[in-house]
Design a protein around this ligand. Sequence first.
Ligand code: KIV
Length: 276
Amino acid sequence: MSAKKQQTKAEVTKVTTHVLQEMKFRGEKISMLTAYDYSLAKIIDAAGIDVILVGDSASNVMAGHETTLPITLDQMIYHGASVVRAVNRALIVVDLPFGSYQGNSKEALNSSIRIMKETGAHAVKMEGGKEIVESISRILSAGIPVMGHLGLTPQSIYKFGTYNVRAKEKEEADKLISDAKLLEQTGCFSIVLEKIPAKLASKVAKEVKIPVIGIGAGSGVDGQVLVLHDMLGINKQFSPRFLRRYLNLYDDIYKAVGEYINDIKTRDFPNEREQY
Ligand code: KIV
């Protein structure tokens, strides 16, 4: 671990929305990863990650669904509570899943209250701009911090039709900028920008005062987020250009399990020291 990273870890004992705002003002980049379970959340928190997102990508990586749409509020609460039990330092944000907030602002508030009460997380995240502003206001009025999410919003995959880069054309880029400003005015503490041109993301990060966290949005934003299972190389099929793999855990686990099977079959495991 670099000296700079150790310094940051020691300085902040609990990351809050206020700490993230100060990081933006200081020009210190924010690190964010997803987690869905106790064991991995414990490791990434100890390593000093600033924000843990209990993302609805759990629908893909934990449950094997093709999209994020099937995961339920109860399932998100289960994942959120598991992560909260592991974490001491990071700010924990839980995604409001598809169908738990689009109906009306009362439903959005009730879903958010359930997440906050039943997981102990610190904030919720929701996808969309102008069309969900009323719900965001109502959630904020209950004292629940909200993180926005613009650009490629996977809960709308059937509207987009593809997972391609968003907002390449002027009209969509202009809407994204005005949505980002609206989310800021409404009171979101941060915004995730997913899979949009780097220049556009950088412009948004300059034009709003709240921290902008990118995934596939280039380096000109205030922080970066990746799906943990992707950056650890557990999933070999998903290889978008923006993904940097830090491990190849698929291969390591495959090899380790092969060795274990072999040790059993050859009667090497357990040996005398591994029994009572
Ligand atoms: O659900 C998720 O993992 C996300 C990230 C991709 C930002 O929303």
